[in-house]
Write a protein that binds this ligand. Structure first.
Ligand code: DC
Length: 232
């Protein structure tokens, strides 16, 4: 990272799926007027390309092809006048499509590939622009922005995370089974935590917040308080 970029404020917010990272990151970025990086969306975009091209993400022979997809990923993140983020893949709006369970599972699988992580590294670092960045993911504090002065790691029990996901799906009119969702979350956690490259772990200097019993507002307030201490 350049000297210029390391001078800008960066808040890394890492944690497992369903820990509240997305919502908390967005609200913190809005409150502070900072840019946002949804790094999971990048892995999901690679996953969507893989699914569209019918490439098996778990066959080692396909790694070179998946790497090429990640390297050449034609993606754009646009903010609408209403402040919503629209995600485009090859000029097509895939904002909803990348949130499908299958895409999340495939994202977790392609994320185990070292070459894919390498292909996305510079792209992620390029999100750091004036006035600063909130970076949401799994390895933001450990690998992508190791110099960030504020690193947050969010956790929550699998039960709570399953319930949150169930509610999200209900809001979209999708029926799901809580036990199935919890099983999928546990499977994804295991893969994300046990992979060799950039596993999901808190950075040594991260502040861990268990969001199980906290409201969104309470977590945002804790992060903003920590931001003031780190940067102001
Ligand atoms: O945060 P998410 O559910 O959108 O992420 C989808 C998958 O992408 C996640 O299971 C693992 C992978 N991922 C990653 O390996 N590193 C990141 N920084 C972000 C996501």
């Amino acid at each position: 990272m350049s000297n210029h970029s390391t001078m800008l404020p960066i808040i890394t917010i890492d944690g497992p799926s369903g820990s509240g990272k997305g919502t908390i990151s967005q609200q913190v970025a809005d409150a502070l007027g900072l840019h946002i990086l949804d790094s999971g969306a990048l892995y999901r975009l690679v996953a969507l390309s893989v699914l569209q091209k019918n490439i098996s993400p778990i066959c080692a022979d396909n790694e070179a092809e998946i790497y090429q997809l990640a390297e050449k990923l034609d993606a754009a993140f646009l903010t609408t006048d209403e402040g919503e983020v629209k995600i485009l893949l090859e000029d097509k709006d895939v904002t909803q499509a990348i949130r499908a369970e299958e895409c999340g599972k495939t994202a977790s699988q392609v994320a185990t590939l070292k070459t894919v992580r390498k292909a996305l590294l510079t792209r992620q670092r390029n999100f750091l622009q004036t006035p600063g960045l909130v970076a949401d993911g799994r390895d933001m504090g450990t690998i992508v922005f190791p110099d960030a002065k504020l690193k947050i790691f969010l956790t929550a029990s699998t039960e709570i995370r399953g319930k949150r996901r169930l509610n999200q799906l209900k809001e979209q009119g999708i029926n799901a089974n809580l036990h199935g969702l919890i099983r999928d979350i546990e499977e994804r956690d295991t893969r994300d935590m046990q992979r060799k490259d950039a596993p999901l772990v808190p950075a040594a200097d991260a502040i861990t917040i268990d969001t199980s019993k906290l409201s969104i507002d309470e977590v945002v307030a804790l992060v903003l308080k920590a931001y003031k201490k780190a940067y102001l």
